[in-house]
Design a protein around this ligand. Structure first.
Ligand SMILES: Cc1cc2nc3c(=O)[nH]c(=O)nc-3n(C[C@H](O)[C@H](O)[C@H](O)COP(=O)(O)OP(=O)(O)OC[C@H]3O[C@@H](n4cnc5c(N)ncnc54)[C@H](O)[C@@H]3O)c2cc1C
Length: 470
């Protein structure tokens, strides 16, 4: 690429991608006085946030719930004036599928394992030996020091394998679409890593935190699209859809973007907020080392279906009065999770229909790609019917596929990123988003805030290096 072409956007910072990370980063950069251009490949914005009209309701087929935890999301909701429009998920519980049928997810279960032993004992998910082993957690020596380990391995060491496989895997393995042994403790569950560093015992650490407000899961009456629409309406950036970026390079103090249509634009800095494999492609020519590191980050292919059933038939199925169902990876079932939308969300209440969201797909299992839509729906439904005793045919369904989309932050993630960033060096090209800082809208908002703050410093470093060079 030649770095001599004129910028045609008039912006001095480009943000590649149009998902939540890109939109929040653009907003923050505009606030800091930058003129910003957002370049999104597809015709629509929101990325993995996608709301569709289904059975007369606005239903999310990508991200389904916003986890209100931490200052970044709280701040954004207030800035966008969305607090009064939040819909909070109905209180309820989820089932876990076990070899002996459905068992209630014990209260106090989190990504760091149980926070209380009483509910775990009562849940009948663990054997008596498993419960006894979990109770020994406060006696297990502190670990793992600074080293990164798999979340599954770490929790199995602390609480025993049954807690890891039967209680934590259904939650985290479903969220991260795959077994939890390879998930990075430090990158995928940084709060657990921090607690492990600060406290000898995770169970005892939770005792000290009792009384802290439980994080809530929220949405909007119009679905999570409302968040995307509010950002787009107020960001102040130039936003271009159907604008795929093909490559980027850095030369003589400016970053040049080459668009798929051949147009070239120059910027002071560029934020890359795309899936990792796309970031790898964009950097491939200019920085093969960074591209190789980013290309090694894995992502799972998943599919979500929303299905409507006659309300009366579901009412006879006691299991579906819960908020959902989680399936451990060890169960080797096609269905990964089900959310009983009509039970969970006040805004999806319907007198005639009961809406269910079903999901499938785990890392390393390529089954989805070989199945047509009818087969995917039928396999999901078969599992749901067997697990919950549901005896009803759907009134309608919508299937959404997410090929190689769900980022996996595996052991060694932070070291891999450090190597990619070192290879990018002084160039003001910054990486952000789920594949970099962790999946989930809340992580992406925090990632966007971080990267927007880092842009000014990166531009300054690039300017000084350029001065020294010339
Ligand atoms: C099925 C599913 C369920 C989920 N459920 C939840 C949930 O309930 N709660 C939660 O918090 N999170 C959930 N997540 C995760 C969450 O949605 C994501 O972590 C988050 O939305 C990712 O945002 P992002 O901006 O990093 O990336 P993305 O949303 O992936 O955005 C990246 C954008 O880059 C664009 N792009 C790609 N290539 C190019 C190119 N060459 N040029 C320009 N643009 C390009 C893409 O089109 C896309 O719009 C879910 C995800 C999925 C798939």
């Amino acid at each position: 690429m030649s770095a001599s072409s004129e910028s045609r956007t008039g912006a001095d910072v480009a943000v590649i991608g149009g998902g939540i990370t890109a939109l929040v980063a653009a907003r923050r950069l505009v606030e800091s006085g930058r003129s910003v251009c957002v370049l999104e490949a597809s015709a629509s914005l929101g990325g993995q946030i996608r709301t569709v009209d289904f059975a007369g309701h606005a239903v999310d087929v990508g991200a389904e719930a916003l986890h209100v935890a931490g200052p970044h999301v709280e701040r954004l909701i207030d800035e966008l004036g969305l607090r009064d429009d939040l819909v909070v998920a109905n209180p309820g519980f989820a089932w876990i599928w076990t070899q002996r049928g459905l068992r209630r997810m014990p209260a106090g279960m989190g990504p760091a394992g149980p926070t209380r032993l009483g509910p775990v004992v009562g849940s009948r998910v663990l054997s008596p030996g498993g419960i006894a082993r979990a109770a020994l957690e406060p006696m297990v020596p502190r670990g793992p020091g600074g080293a990164d380990v798999g979340v599954g391995e770490f929790l199995a060491r602390r609480f025993g394998p049954q807690v890891s496989e039967r209680l934590v895997d259904p939650v985290l393995g479903s969220l991260h679409a795959g077994e939890i042994d390879r998930l990075s403790l430090r990158a995928a569950t940084p709060h657990v890593a921090t607690q492990a560093e600060r406290h000898r015992s995770l169970l005892l650490a939770h005792r000290h935190r009792r009384g802290a407000a439980a994080p809530s899961f929220v949405s909007f009456a119009g679905g999570l699209k409302r968040l995307v629409d509010s950002l787009v309406a107020s960001t102040g950036a130039e936003i271009r859809t159907s604008s795929p970026v093909a490559a980027l390079c850095y030369d003589s103090g400016r970053v040049e973007l080459e668009m798929v249509d051949g147009a070239r634009n120059l910027f002071d800095a560029v934020v890359v907020a795309t899936p990792a494999r796309v970031a790898a492609e964009l950097l491939g020519q200019w920085c093969p080392v960074a591209a190789a590191e980013l290309g090694g980050l894995r992502a799972a292919s998943v599919a979500t279906a929303v299905v409507s059933y006659p309300r009366g038939r579901v009412a006879a199925t006691a299991a579906m009065s819960a908020n959902g169902l989680l399936v451990p990876s060890g169960a080797r079932r096609f269905l990964k999770a089900a959310t009983f939308l009509t039970s969970k969300w006040p805004h999806l209440e319907d007198p005639d229909r009961f809406l269910v969201r079903l999901s499938a797909g785990r890392i390393g299992i390529d089954e989805l790609a070989d199945l047509d839509d009818d087969s995917v729906i039928s396999k999901m439904q078969k599992d749901l019917a067997e697990m919950c005793g549901l005896d009803a045919e759907p009134l309608g369904w919508h299937l959404e596929r997410w090929p190689t989309t769900l980022a996996r932050l595996e052991v060694g993630h932070l070291e891999r990123l450090a190597r990619a960033r070192a290879a990018i060096g002084d160039a003001p090209i910054l990486l952000a988003g789920a594949a970099i800082d962790g999946l989930g809208i809340a992580s992406c908002v925090a990632s966007a805030d971080r990267v927007a703050t880092a842009v000014e410093a990166a531009v300054e470093v690039a300017r000084r290096s350029e001065e020294l060079r010339t």
